[in-house]
Design a protein around this ligand. Structure first.
Ligand SMILES: CC(C)(COP(=O)(O)OP(=O)(O)OC[C@H]1O[C@@H](n2cnc3c(N)ncnc32)[C@H](O)[C@@H]1OP(=O)(O)O)[C@@H](O)C(=O)NCCC(=O)NCCS
Length: 203
């Protein structure tokens, strides 16, 4: 029989990470079984070229380590990361998430989608759900996002979700030996509350 005192001393943290549902997508926590898919998808120069946090080639085992870290990040209130999966088939086609700055009640939105599924509205659908989650469930006051200016598709996603352009940081990002300008977008709670109904009509 297990010693109850030992059990109390060493509680297993509850994995209470959220899932969100949209018309076509289930946004759910990544599981260890997704590591192979993530490793394959992210090891794609098409995704890495416009993503500041990713490197090519993606180091072996990096996806598994990233996934294993996510429950802790959620429990500490630092980040919420979702796998974007198709409701119809369960296939994982990307990720979307928020890096949270709790003291400022603000978060940074990030996402990528498997190039085989680009331009079908999936990033916008996922981003809209996560932004709504951020304002409603996390009580955020502001969500921001950045994209390198040679990535207009990302700017279009942000515009569709209601973000406003806030300026361009000149030569802010260094990628593969070159400096790139970075466009900054923001959405504050008061704008989201008034525009939310209009944005929802787009989808
Ligand atoms: C940016 C990204 C997430 C968009 O994903 P997606 O699922 O294709 O996005 P959506 O289909 O929701 O919207 C894309 C929009 O950009 C538009 N678009 C695509 N290429 C474009 C281009 N070269 N110029 C202008 N608009 C473009 C599409 O037409 C669409 O707009 P529309 O719905 O008004 O027609 C995807 O391209 C990606 O993963 N890129 C690599 C990783 C990355 O850059 N992540 C973001 C880092 S900031």
């Amino acid at each position: 029989m297990s010693d109850p005192a030992t059990c109390l001393d060493d509680p297993v943290p509850l994995d209470n990470r959220p899932s969100l549902e949209t018309d076509r997508l289930l946004l759910r926590p990544f599981e260890s079984g997704d590591a192979e898919t993530v490793q394959r998808l992210v090891n794609d120069p098409e995704i890495v070229a416009t993503t500041r946090a990713l490197h090519f080639p993606y180091p072996e085992g990096a996806a598994a380590r990233w996934i294993a870290h996510q429950p802790e990040e959620w429990l500490a209130g630092r980040a919420v990361i979702f796998a974007i999966s198709l409701k119809r088939t369960g296939l994982v086609i990307g990720t979307v998430g928020l890096e949270i700055e709790a003291a400022d009640e603000r978060a940074e939105l990030g996402y990528w989608i498997d190039p085989a599924f680009w331009n079908r509205g999936y990033a916008s659908e996922a981003a809209q759900a996560v932004v709504e989650f951020g304002f409603r469930q996390l009580g955020l006051n502001r969500v921001m996002a950045e994209h390198m200016v040679h990535n207009p598709a990302s700017g279009r996603v942000l515009a569709k979700v209601g973000f406003r352009p806030e300026g361009v940081l000149r030569q802010h990002a260094r990628k593969w030996g070159r400096f790139y300008d970075v466009a900054v977008f923001g959405l504050v709670r008061e704008d989201w509350l008034t525009a939310g109904a209009e944005i929802a009509k787009i989808f």
